[in-house]
Design a protein. Structure first.
Length: 106
């Protein structure tokens, strides 16, 4: 296998409808296609990005996927803080990094 990392990461939209080596005959596996459909219908940011690909000696190519911070922020209480990465923010008191206000319900 020859892994390749894409910089910057690529949108899965570039691969929609392309034939490939996945079990469904496409470049994108079914779980990524299902997630894309869910994100479009629910008006959410894309859940996945294409981080790279692996080429096998027999010619098959498989993509490597990662989750986007925008999707994580839209669906959880984690926030992307520059220089720190994703941190949990309490939905009750807005405390973070394990710190809560005195009267927090959490």
């Amino acid at each position: 296998m020859n892994p390749i990392v894409f910089t910057p990461y690529r949108s899965i939209r570039q691969y929609l409808g392309q034939a490939g080596s996945e079990a469904n005959g496409m470049m994108l596996p079914q779980y990524v296609l299902n997630s894309h459909a869910d994100c479009v219908t629910r008006d959410l940011p894309e859940e996945h990005v294409v981080m790279g690909q692996s080429s096998h000696p027999d010619g098959r190519v498989f993509l490597t996927f990662g989750a986007t911070p925008a999707y994580i922020e839209a669906t959880t209480n984690f926030r992307d803080v520059p220089g720190k990465g994703l941190i949990y923010v309490c939905p009750f008191c807005q405390g973070h990094s394990g710190k809560h206000e005195r009267n927090c319900k959490a």
